[in-house]
Design a protein around this ligand. Structure first.
Ligand code: AMP
Length: 182
């Protein structure tokens, strides 16, 4: 859990665009948070605060906003960075997994040499909604033998149940700001 003051500061730095990409969806835009030096630093520091001082081999970030946050987190904890991308984007040999979106299926990939068996990995993305994307990433990392220490997100949409879905997979989940609804 984060302090109410921190949650309020971060919440104020996130822009909400109603009815985007479709009616009823509130798009939580973190570009405003990233554009604020103070909010960006606080968010990165707080995301991995429970694991500060522990050995972390890799930070895995989910395309595309997870790359920005995950890169900063990796630097912060002196870990390597692993990109998890939509299919067909990575240049070397990959491993792939299908995952569920709110409507339908998609596939994500990582390089087959990006994580060594037993490496301690933290997963990072900007937001968890239904948890389908993060669940796919956890399964892909575990398929490669990674020890997934935690999954960290700035934003949680608790009504969609994603964080609970990851906890059921025995992945500790860290989120900093919760918003009601979709
Ligand atoms: P999910 O797989 O349902 O947990 O969706 C998570 C992914 O979709 C993340 O990569 C988010 O960036 C994106 N996403 C889902 N809902 C929203 C939202 N309301 N605002 C911004 N991004 C969202």
């Amino acid at each position: 859990m984060t302090s109410p003051a921190l949650e309020n500061d971060l919440r104020a730095a996130i822009r909400t665009i109603p009815n985007d990409p479709k009616a009823g969806i509130m798009f939580r835009d973190i570009t405003t948070l990233l554009g604020s030096a103070r909010a960006f630093r606080r968010a990165v520091d707080e995301l991995v605060q429970p694991w500060a001082g522990m050995k972390i081999d890799k930070v895995a970030g989910i395309e595309a906003r997870g790359f920005i946050l995950g890169g900063a987190v990796a630097h912060q904890v002196s870990a390597g960075f692993v990109p998890i991308r939509k299919k067909g984007k990575l240049p070397h040999t990959t491993v792939r997994i299908a995952y569920s979106l709110e409507y339908g299926l998609d596939e994500m990939e990582m390089h087959d040499d990006a994580v060594a068996p037993g490496e301690r990995v933290i997963l990072v993305d900007d937001l968890i909604a239904t948890g389908g994307t993060a669940e796919g990433a956890v399964k892909l990392l575990r398929q490669m033998g990674a020890n997934v220490l935690a999954a960290c997100f700035i934003i949680d949409l608790p009504e969609l149940g994603g964080a609970d879905k990851l906890r059921k997979l025995d992945v500790p989940v860290r989120t900093l700001v919760a918003f009601e609804g979709h």
